[in-house]
Design a protein around this ligand. Structure first.
Ligand code: SAM
Length: 172
């Protein structure tokens, strides 16, 4: 992933590290931004404390993630693989809880907003490849059932979908 990122954006310095232990001096960034990462972290408190530490005064953290509502209404994931919903709810933090953790870490002006990108699904290969980690966590029969429905519906044309995210902001 790093090699691909470096190839695409030659002007950017990429560093590999752990979100809970950022190898940067304090007060050195204007923005700490993550997409689809927070639910992977064992210690979210420690990550948000680290985000706060490396930000300059006035700097912002933006955590891009899924709310409970988004997980329950994911199109196509919740529609075709409804077994993913409870599994995802168990591993994703609630937005209210994250807001509390941000507050404890020292953040002010904590806000969240939702963004939506409607699109038409025409290539289901990433689903076949289980490119979404929750597809590895459901039973094989549930996965096959979902794939068969996806394949059947795709025969009638592109499948309308919506990508939704919550952007959770805080200021140092
Ligand atoms: C679902 S992917 C999202 C990748 C990318 N942000 C995107 O939106 O395409 C989750 C990423 O979190 C990273 N990750 C998991 N645990 C981490 C940790 N403790 N510190 C930093 N990154 C972590 C994984 O390596 C993976 O790249």
């Amino acid at each position: 992933m790093l090699a691909k990122a470096r190839e695409r954006s030659r002007g950017v310095t990429f560093r590999l590290g752990r979100a809970e232990q950022l190898d940067f001096p304090s007060a050195s960034f204007d923005l700490v931004f993550s997409v689809d990462v927070i639910h992977h972290l064992a210690d979210r408190r420690q990550h948000l404390r680290e985000a706060y530490r490396v930000l300059r005064a006035g700097g912002k953290a933006c955590t891009v993630t899924d709310s409970e509502w988004i997980i329950r209404h994911r199109e196509p994931l919740a529609v075709y693989f409804p077994e993913t919903v409870e599994i995802e709810l168990a591993r994703y933090p609630r937005i209210a809880g994250l807001r509390g953790v941000m507050e404890e870490a020292g953040f002010a002006e904590i806000t969240n907003n939702r963004v939506e990108f409607p699109y038409e699904l025409t290539d289901i290969q990433p689903y076949r490849d289980k490119a979404f980690s929750s597809l590895h966590l459901i039973a094989e029969e549930a996965f096959e059932r979902g794939m068969q429905r996806l394949e059947r519906d795709l025969r009638s044309g592109p499948i309308p979908c919506v990508l939704r995210y919550v952007l959770l902001w805080g200021t140092k």
